[in-house]
Design a binder for this molecule. Structure first.
Ligand SMILES: NC(=O)c1ccc[n+]([C@@H]2O[C@H](COP(=O)([O-])OP(=O)(O)OC[C@H]3O[C@@H](n4cnc5c(N)ncnc54)[C@H](OP(=O)(O)O)[C@@H]3O)[C@@H](O)[C@H]2O)c1
Length: 265
């Protein structure tokens, strides 16, 4: 699981991360993940578990500098003072000196100048966005700000976000895939068929699809055995014809399983 992807700001990011949303007691989860090869944790201040992430990192025995940790600023904090206070609070919660990536959630645009100010102050290393459409990112460009290095959106075979993915590719923005496991609804016949064919569980099929499509999946699990198996998505591949079967599941916006606010103005 040592694979990484290059970001446009010169840093690198692991190609798979552990999601910790809706997992308040995630210290053990983070520890297990890190001890089993994960090097990225996708957190957020509003998940209300940043202290737990810091504890898990500490207990894992993995050096902090080898771990990529994301936090997110929510729209409630979109003022200069609000963003600064939120970041300081996040860093204090985590117990380490800085975050690897800060993602700016959508609603007030263009907010990201605040984040780049924070980067200059050494509080974060890279700046990304979450749930941004092409138009939202273009507002960043039009404001004369640096482009984000990552856009995190809901992304799985049922909701492939083709317009934003194509836009991100053209602009050298890496796409992180949230809810890559359909929030656990894995009973689709195509996924089940491929699970049997490859002797992999359905979650591994979805994670492998995401990796082969060049996304950075962020599967969440609070169960150690699942965290380990979800990480076993490397060293094997899905054949092109089977990738096409998964591609054919796309239902556009109708296929979303979360709030997917990418297209909201
Ligand atoms: N930026 C945003 O707006 C946003 C929105 C949503 C999510 N995210 C990020 O993306 C991460 C993942 O998304 P998500 O939590 O919505 O959904 P997800 O990763 O698609 O699915 C998580 C669900 O799948 C289950 N699961 C995990 N591994 C499994 C396996 N091997 N077999 C069967 N079921 C399995 C989990 O249950 P157990 O825990 O019981 O294993 C949980 O119920 C979040 O944690 C968060 O970091 C970001």
């Amino acid at each position: 699981m040592a694979e990484t992807v290059a970001l446009s700001d010169g840093h690198t990011m692991p190609t798979l991360g552990l999601g910790v949303a809706m997992n308040e007691e995630c210290a053990e989860t983070c520890k297990v993940a890190l001890q089993n090869g994960y090097r990225m944790i996708d957190g957020a201040r509003y998940y209300e578990n940043e202290v737990q992430v810091g504890v898990g990192v500490g207990k894992s025995g993995v050096k902090r500098e080898d771990i990529f940790i994301t936090s997110k600023v929510f729209h409630d904090d979109f003022t200069y003072d609000g963003t600064t206070a939120a970041l300081k609070d996040s860093i204090a919660n985590l117990g380490y000196c800085k975050y690897s990536l800060l993602e700016v959630g959508r609603h007030v645009l263009p907010p990201t100048g605040l984040s780049w100010t924070a980067r200059r102050a050494g509080m974060i290393r890279s700046v990304g966005v979450s749930n941004y459409s092409e138009n939202h990112i273009e507002e960043i460009r039009e404001a004369g700000l640096e482009m984000p290095v990552v856009n995190q959106v809901e992304l799985h075979p049922f909701c492939q976000q083709k317009p934003i993915v194509e836009y991100c590719r053209k602009n050298n923005i890496i796409v992180q895939a949230y809810s890559p496991l359909l929030r656990g609804a894995l009973d689709n016949p195509v996924i089940q068929e491929l699970s049997t064919k490859y002797s992999k569980d359905p979650a591994q099929i979805l994670i492998r699809w995401s990796l082969q499509r060049g996304f950075v999946p962020l599967p969440k699990s609070s169960q150690p055995e699942r965290i380990i198996s979800n990480g076993q998505a490397f060293g094997w591949s899905i054949e092109l014809a089977d990738m096409a079967k998964l591609d054919a599941l796309d239902r556009g916006k109708e296929g979303a399983v979360t709030w997917n606010p990418v297209d909201v103005d």
